[in-house]
Design a protein around this ligand. Structure first.
Ligand code: BT5
Length: 327
């Protein structure tokens, strides 16, 4: 369904300033008048402003900022990532959609990307939710089959954070920090979160779904997170292009992912350590789900675990968790 809406929107975008007759649109898209009217209503319901009706012709009121595959595909130079691309105006969660694709046993190509304009049930880690304002953020999931043991899984989350860090800095010139393990920050506020979910056998990851949520053009964030979350637009004072950031990210992620598989984790650990103010000498407290570990950060171990030096000099290695306090 959403693929059809994409085709209709793309046809309208190609005739931005003039009304296109409903008859011509229906003919070009190979559908009946009543179907066309239904699709126009669906696009309107998704917040796209379309003036006119079947007999007067349809016209876009303004150029919508939508992550249309028709705009993305021709500009993408990747060999693996996003060669297969799904785009939704509304979905519960892109990670859940990816999981359903895999569960239905379809032949899901490695690198498949699922994009959404909004999510009704966007998910964070440990059952938390992800605020997904329509057309304001990038909400995506990638399906991967890394040939790696489960112990290396955290490295792929770090790799994703580094790729998004590089993409945003390259596109906008903004200064982006990486907070261990999976957040990007501007100043002390979160702009991006990553949710990696794996299905694994004892010694091999079978499938990995990496979900990324980035706040791009939000003008404000909900009251419950406003004191610790922000968007690129709020932080920079400028509207930012979701399409450009997305393209940068997909290409950067492919390079880093292939390097990780070919050359091992050293490169990614080096980059993460350079870009994160949390890597070294930072006084923090981490909760790993079982215990709290407090101390001073001393870099990552080769598997991507954070090394924390406690007061007595003992070094703890933490593989996952939340930073609950930091200075
Ligand atoms: C994360 O979890 O940060 C992972 C978020 C992943 C979201 C993407 S969107 C596409 C894909 N499909 C999904 O369904 N999910 C992924 P965590 O570290 O647990 O942080 C969640 C916490 O961040 C929440 O409890 C809030 O406090 C806060 N939060 C929620 N929405 C936010 C937002 N838009 N910006 C900043 N912080 C937010």
């Amino acid at each position: 369904m959403d693929r059809k809406l994409d085709e209709l929107l793309y046809a309208l975008m190609q005739n931005m300033m003039i009304a296109v007759s409903g008859e011509k649109l229906a003919r070009d898209l190979g559908v009946s008048h009543s179907t066309l009217v239904r699709w126009v209503e669906k696009l309107r319901a998704a917040g796209i402003e379309i003036r006119g009706e079947l007999f007067t012709g349809y016209r876009l009121v303004r150029l919508p900022d939508v992550l249309l595959p028709q705009l993305i595909r021709p500009r993408l130079h990747t060999r693996l990532i996003a060669r297969s691309l799904y785009h939704f105006y509304d979905v519960d969660s892109t990670n859940l959609f990816a999981a359903r694709l895999l569960a239905h046993g379809r032949n899901v190509q490695e690198g498949t990307v699922i994009l959404a304009e909004t999510q009704s049930a966007g998910r964070g880690r440990l059952g938390r939710s992800w605020h997904s304002e329509r057309e304001a953020g990038i909400y995506l999931s990638m399906v991967l089959y890394p040939k790696a043991p489960p112990s290396l899984a955290p490295l792929f989350t770090l790799a994703t954070a580094v790729a998004m860090h590089n993409a945003i800095e390259r596109y906008s010139g903004m200064d982006i920090d990486i907070k261990w393990p999976n957040d990007l920050l501007v100043g002390r506020k979160k702009i991006c979160g990553i949710l990696s979910e794996i299905q694994a056998e004892v010694d091999l990851v079978k499938t990995m779904i990496i979900g990324v949520g980035l706040n791009v053009n939000h003008e404000k964030l909900p009251d419950d997170i406003v004191d610790r979350a922000t968007s690129l637009r709020i932080a920079s004072g400028r509207i930012q292009s979701r399409v450009e950031i997305l393209l940068e990210f997909l290409e950067e992620f492919e390079t880093i992912y292939m390097d990780l598989e070919r050359k091992g984790p050293t490169g990614i650990i080096d980059q993460w350590t350079r870009f994160s103010s949390f890597a070294n000498g930072r006084k923090i407290e981490v909760h790993d789900g079982v215990r709290k570990v407090g101390g001073v950060t001393r870099g990552l171990n080769p598997l991507g675990a954070l090394r924390i030096e406690q007061k007595n000099g003992h070094i703890d290695e933490v593989y996952s968790g939340d930073v609950v306090a930091w200075e």
